[in-house]
Each structure stands twice: as C-alpha cells, then as structure tokens.
Design a protein around this ligand. Structure first.
Ligand SMILES: [Zn+2]
Length: 135
C-alpha cells in the first residue's frame, strides 16, 4: 500500500491515560485475536484527564458502528483491528476527515492513526503499559 510510505513515528507516553485506556479497549477485543472490533470515543475531561466512552458492541465482524450523539469533548475515535491489520482502513480515513478528528487503530503491537489526510505510526512494537513500567 502507498500508505506505508507515509508512516512516521510519533512518541506517546506509555503511562498516559490514553495508552492505559487503549490497552483496556484492546483487552475487550481479545487483544486483537477477535474478528470483532471494539471502539470508543476518547474524551478529555475538565481536569484534563482522558477517559474512553466505549461504543456498544454490535458484533459485526471487521467493523464498528456508532449511532447517536458524539460525547462532548471527544477529541479522537479509538478502535481495535484484528492483528495483522494495523493501518487505518479507507473507511477510517473517511471518518477522520468527516468528523475532523483523528481515528486511532490499535493492534497488539502497534498504534496508528489517520487524521483524514495521512497515516501516522504512533507506536510500533510492544506497548503493554504494564510491561512498559519495567523498562
Ligand atoms: Zn478501522
């Protein structure tokens, strides 16, 4: 894919609320072993903490859908992909463009995101925040 050429690394703190919540979300998708994707809104609270508002699971394979209002102070959509599909899909890119917020993709060994224009590699390799503590 041409997208691979657009990847570049961005560092993110492995103890951040964002990473901790992302790992918990990945857990609900069987750490990427499941064909069912889990998705959440990443919301920044008034005290500047990040929390995730998880979408109800609709048990459609290889997709996640949300109907309803986007929570206030949502700054990103985060969702899992089955392992081996680490990059945002064309739908993910279209969603990012339409909503004007980044769409993150989690798999067991990567975090990527699309802002609707380009794809960025946020984390490549192990990102389990529990193990991160030992480094
Ligand atoms: Zn996706």
């Amino acid at each position: 894919m041409m997208h691979a050429a657009l990847l570049f690394a961005v560092t993110i703190g492995c103890h951040s609320d964002f990473v901790q919540s992302s790992w918990a979300l990945l857990q609900t998708a069987g750490y990427g072993q499941s064909v069912y994707e889990s998705a959440a809104f990443a919301v920044r609270d008034a005290d500047d903490r990040v929390r995730f508002v998880q979408w109800p699971s609709d048990h459609r394979q290889l997709a996640a859908f949300y109907k309803g209002r986007i929570p206030a102070h949502t700054f990103a959509i985060v969702h899992t992909h089955p392992n081996g599909h680490p990059l945002p899909s064309a739908d993910d890119e279209a969603t990012a463009q339409r909503l004007g917020m980044p769409v993150y993709v989690l798999t067991i060994n990567s975090i990527t995101r699309s802002n609707g224009k380009r794809i960025e590699q946020i984390v490549k390799g192990e990102w389990n925040p529990e193990r991160c503590a030992q480094r």
